[in-house]
Design a protein around this ligand. Structure first.
Ligand code: NIG
Ligand code: FE
Length: 420
C-alpha cells in the first residue's frame, strides 16, 4: 500500500539525483523542503515536494495517510563503523580509566580487546544474537537505519565465524541495512602471543577464505597501530582480501601516525577510520581520493583523548564521515544523535556539515550511497519523523534528548519494542 506523509514542517537532506558523496566544500550546504509531503511505495521513496505541489490522492482505498504533526523528516543515519556484536560491557575498565589508566595500560592489565575476546568465546551464538538484536533495535529507535558491524572479538576461526553468522542473522531479521566486516586483525589472541605471523597466516589462509565462501563479509578491516598490526602486515592482509574482491575499511591513526592512511588509499580502501593523530603526509594522502576519512568522536569523548581534526580536514578540501564506533571498550554508545552533537561541539563542524557526514558521506563509507543517505526518489524509504523542533540544527544542539518520534525502514513503521 502507498503511504503519504503529510504535515511535515521540513524534509531534510533532499536530493534530485543521488550524489556519490558530498565534497568538503559542499558539506556546508544542505537541501531541504519546507511544508512538505513524502510519498512511499513498496519500501521506496516515490515522490516528495512542497504541499502546494501535491497532486492529491488518486486511490483512497490503497493509500495510507500518516500525519507528521509538524515534525521534520530526516533520512535515517548511516553508522559506517561499529563493533555492535559483543558479549559483555566493560565497566570495570571504565573505573580504571576514571582512576587514570590509559587505554593501552588497561589492555596490558588483561582488559581491552582480549577481555572481550575471552567473554565472547564463552558466549553461545544464540545468546550473542539475542543481545546484539536488542542493541540494534535500540539504535534503530535512535534513528540509525544502516549500520556496519565488525567481527574482531573472536580471533579464532570458530569464534570469528560465530560473530559473522550473528551479523548474517541480523541482516535477515532486521529491516535495517547491515554491512559486515572481517576484523580478525583486531589484536593478536593470547594463544598466538609468541607467533604473530602464525596468527596472520590463520587469518589469510583459513578465516578469510571461509568467511568469503560462506558469503559472510562485505569488507575487510585491520587495526593498524603500534602494538597491534604494522603497515606491512596490514597491506598483506588487504591485498589478500582484494583477490576475493573484498574492499577495505580500516582502523588507522588512532594513537600514532605510522603510514597506514597512505597505504590504505593506495590499496583503494573505501574508508580510513579514527584519524585522531594526523601528520602532514596523512592529509596529503587523502586529498582528491575516493577514500572516505571517517572520524569517531564518541571514542575520543569516552577515552578523553584528542579528537580527529575534522575542521582542518574539511578546510583543506577533504570530505569526512562521522560514525559511532559503538564498542564496549572505547565507545559504549551507538547514539548517532550524540555523535552529531560531538561533531558540532568538539569537531567545530556546522549542523549542515554534521548532517552530511552522518547521512550521504557515511552511506558512501559503507557502500550504500545508491540506496540510502538522503531523501531521493528510488532510494529506500528509511527516514525518521521528529517531534516538532525549531530547526534542523536542534538535534545536535539539544544533546541528550531524543526528539525522534517515529522511525520508518523500507517504508515500514518500526514500533519501539520497549513500548507495550
Ligand atoms: O575502534 N581501536 C580498536 N578497536 C576498537 C576498540 C575495541 C575495544 O576496546 O574493545 C575501536 O576503538
Ligand atoms: Fe572501531
Amino acid at each position: 500500500m502507498k503511504k503519504i506523509i503529510k504535515n511535515i514542517s521540513e524534509i531534510i537532506q533532499v536530493e534530485n539525483t543521488a550524489s556519490k558523496f558530498i565534497s568538503a566544500k559542499e558539506m556546508k550546504n544542505i537541501n531541504t523542503i519546507k511544508d512538505a509531503y513524502l510519498e512511499i511505495d513498496e519500501g521506496k521513496i516515490v515522490s516528495f515536494g512542497s504541499m502546494n505541489d501535491w497532486k492529491g490522492i488518486t486511490n483512497w482505498n490503497e493509500t495510507e495517510i500518516i500525519d507528521a504533526e509538524g515534525g521534520m523528516i530526516f533520512p535515517t543515519y548511516c553508522d559506517s563503523h561499529t563493533h555492535l556484536v559483543f558479549s559483555h560491557s566493560r565497566e570495570k575498565e571504565f573505573i580504571d580509566k576514571i582512576n587514570g589508566l590509559s587505554y593501552q595500560e588497561i589492555a596490558k592489565k588483561g582488559g581491552g580487546i582480549l577481555n572481550s575476546v575471552e567473554k565472547l568465546r564463552n558466549t553461545s551464538e544464540e545468546e550473542l544474537y539475542k543481545i546484539s538484536l536488542k542493541r540494534l533495535n535500540n539504535l534503530i529507535q535512535l534513528g540509525t537505519g544502516a549500520i556496519e558491524i565488525k567481527s574482531g572479538y573472536g580471533l579464532d576461526l570458530e569464534s570469528e565465524l560465530k560473530m559473522l553468522r550473528v551479523i548474517k542473522r541480523l541482516k535477515k531479521e532486521s529491516k535495517a541495512t547491515i554491512k559486515s566486516t572481517l576484523l580478525s586483525a583486531h589484536a593478536v589472541p593470547k594463544e598466538f602471543q609468541k607467533d604473530k605471523q602464525g596468527y596472520i597466516k590463520l587469518i589469510v589462509e583459513k578465516i578469510l577464505p571461509q568467511a568469503v565462501e560462506e558469503k559472510l563479509i562485505d569488507f575487510i578491516d585491520v587495526f593498524c597501530e603500534k602494538g597491534y598490526f604494522t603497515v606491512k602486515e596490514m597491506k598483506y592482509i588487504l591485498k589478500t582480501a582484494e583477490k576475493y574482491n573484498i574492499k577495505a575499511k580500516t582502523h588507522v591513526n588512532q594513537f600514532n601516525s605510522i603510514g597506514g592512511v597512505k597505504a590504505c588509499v593506495e590499496l583503494n580502501a573505501i574508508s580510513v577510520d579514527h584519524l585522531e593523530t594526523m601528520e602532514k603526509e596523512d592529509y596529503n594522502a587523502l586529498l582528491d581520493t575516493s577514500c572516505m576519512p571517517t572520524i569517531l568522536p564518541g571514542c575520543s569523548f569516552f577515552l578523553n583523548m584528542n579528537y580527529g581534526p575534522a575542521r582542518k580536514m574539511i578546510d583543506k578540501g577533504i570530505p569526512i564521515a562521522l560514525a559511532s564506533d559503538f564498542n564496549p571498550g572505547s565507545s559504549p554508545s551507538g547514539n548517532m544523535n550524540f555523535i552529531m552533537s560531538l561533531g558540532c561541539i568538539k569537531l567545530k563542524m556546522s549542523p549542515e556539515e554534521v548532517i552530511n557526514s552522518v547521512t550521504i558521506n557515511s552511506a558512501y563509507a559503507m557502500g550504500v550511497e545508491k540506496m540510502l543517505g538522503s531523501i531521493c526518489i528510488g532510494k529506500k524509504a528509511n527516514f525518521f519523523i521528529t517531534k516538532p523542533i525549531s530547526s534542523y540544527g536542534y538535534i545536535a544542539y539539544n544533546f541528550g534528548e531524543n526528539v525522534i518520534d517515529k522511525v520508518f525502514l523500507e517504508g515500514e513503521y518500526i514500533k519501539n519494542p520497549d513500548h507495550k
